[in-house]
Design a protein around this ligand. Structure first.
Ligand SMILES: Nc1ncnc2c1ncn2[C@@H]1O[C@H](COP(=O)(O)OP(=O)(O)OP(=O)(O)O)[C@@H](O)[C@H]1O
Length: 274
C-alpha cells in the first residue's frame, strides 16, 4: 500500500507481519512467515539468506508486483513527480531489440516523463555509467557488466524514491562485480535514496549496506539485523580491515545455521559421521 504522507519516524518502507503461501499441487509452499522489516528514508538495506528462503518473494511484495497472503506493506511516496519505486533484476530486464539509449528512455517514457526530458535524462545517466559511446548499440553486443549498467542507469534515471535490487550483480565475474559495487556506492552516495538490495554475497552486503538483514531458511523470517559501522563515503580498503572480517564472520556464523537447515539431510555438517 502506498501512502502519500511523509514517512512516519523516518521510515520509508514498513513491512508488518507479511506471510506468503503459494498454492502448489502437492502441498502449499510457505515462502514467508510473519516478516517485519523497516527501511529508513535514505537507508541502504541489504538482505541475505539461504537460497529459496523467500527474499525475492519479499522484494516482489514490497514492489507491489505480488500480494502478501497476510500482513501489510506501507511505502511512503512523498513526491508525486517521482516514481515511488524502481526494480533492478539479476537478468537485467532490458529489451534486446531496443538500443541502449532506447532502453533507458523507455523506462522514463513509461513513467510519464516527456520525450525531450527522457532523452536528456537518458544521456545524462548513460554518461554517468560510462556508456555514452554505446548509446546506439543493441544490448546483445555488450558484456554482462555493461548490460547491468544499462539496467542500473534505467533504474537511477527514474530517480525513484525507493530502489529495489534483486541480486543485480550475481551473474557478473568477481572483477566486474567489484567495479559495479564501487559504481553503485558512488552513485548512491551522490543521491541517497532508500534501497532494498538482495544478495548472496556477504562481502557485497557489508560493503554496500547501512544494515544487513538476515533471513531464516524457508519460510523466511528476519532472524538478525546488523548495523554496518563503516562511515560514508565508503573506502574500498575497509574490505581488508579486521573489523570487516569480524562482522562478516558474525553474520556467516548465523547464516550458516540457516543454510544448513535448508540442506538435504545428508549434506548437513556431521551427517554421516558416527
Ligand atoms: N510463483 C511461485 N509459485 C510457487 N512457488 C513459488 C513462486 N515463487 C517462489 N516460489 C517458492 O517460494 C520459495 C521462495 O522463493 P524465492 O524465489 O522468494 O526465494 P529466494 O530466497 O529469493 O531464493 P534464491 O536466493 O535462490 O533466489 C521457494 O520455495 C520457491 O520455489
Amino acid at each position: 500500500m502506498r501512502v502519500t504522507a511523509p514517512p512516519e519516524a523516518g521510515a520509508k518502507v514498513r513491512v508488518e507481519g507479511v506471510s506468503k503461501v503459494f498454492p502448489h499441487k502437492a502441498a502449499p509452499v510457505q515462502a514467508l512467515d510473519a516478516v517485519d522489516l523497516t527501511i529508513g528514508e535514505g537507508e541502504f538495506v541489504c538482505m541475505v539468506g539461504p537460497s529459496g528462503c523467500g527474499k525475492s518473494t519479499l522484494l516482489r511484495i514490497v514492489a507491489d508486483l505480488m500480494k502478501p497472503s497476510t500482513g501489510r506493506v506501507e511505502v511512503s511516496h512523498v513526491d508525486p513527480a517521482r516514481p515511488w519505486r524502481s526494480v533492478v533484476f539479476q537478468d537485467y530486464g532490458i529489451f534486446p531489440w531496443k538500443t541502449v539509449a532506447q532502453n533507458v528512455r523507455l523506462g522514463l517514457r513509461l513513467n510519464g516523463v516527456p520525450k525531450k526530458k527522457s532523452a536528456e535524462l537518458a544521456a545524462t545517466w548513460l554518461d554517468r555509467v560510462g556508456l555514452t559511446d554505446f548509446a546506439d548499440v543493441l544490448p546483445d553486443t555488450l558484456s554482462g557488466g555493461m548490460r547491468q549498467r544499462v539496467s542500473v542507469a534505467r533504474a537511477f534515471a527514474l530517480e525513484p524514491e525507493l530502489l529495489l535490487m534483486d541480486e543485480p550483480f550475481a551473474a557478473l565475474d568477481i572483477q566486474l562485480r567489484t567495479i559495479m559495487q564501487d559504481e553503485l556506492v558512488a552513485l548512491w552516495q551522490t543521491r541517497r535514496r532508500s534501497v532494498l538490495f538482495i544478495t548472496h554475497n556477504l562481502d557485497e552486503a557489508i560493503y554496500l549496506g547501512d544494515r544487513v538483514v538476515l533471513m531464516s531458511s524457508r519460510p523466511g523470517r528476519v532472524v538478525a539485523d546488523f548495523q554496518v559501522p563503516f562511515e560514508r563515503p565508503r573506502d574500498p580498503r575497509i574490505r581488508g580491515s579486521a573489523e570487516f572480517a569480524e562482522l562478516e564472520q558474525r553474520i556467516w556464523d548465523l547464516l550458516r545455521v540457516e543454510v544448513e537447515k535448508a540442506l538435504p539431510g545428508t549434506m548437513k555438517t556431521g551427517a554421516g559421521d558416527s
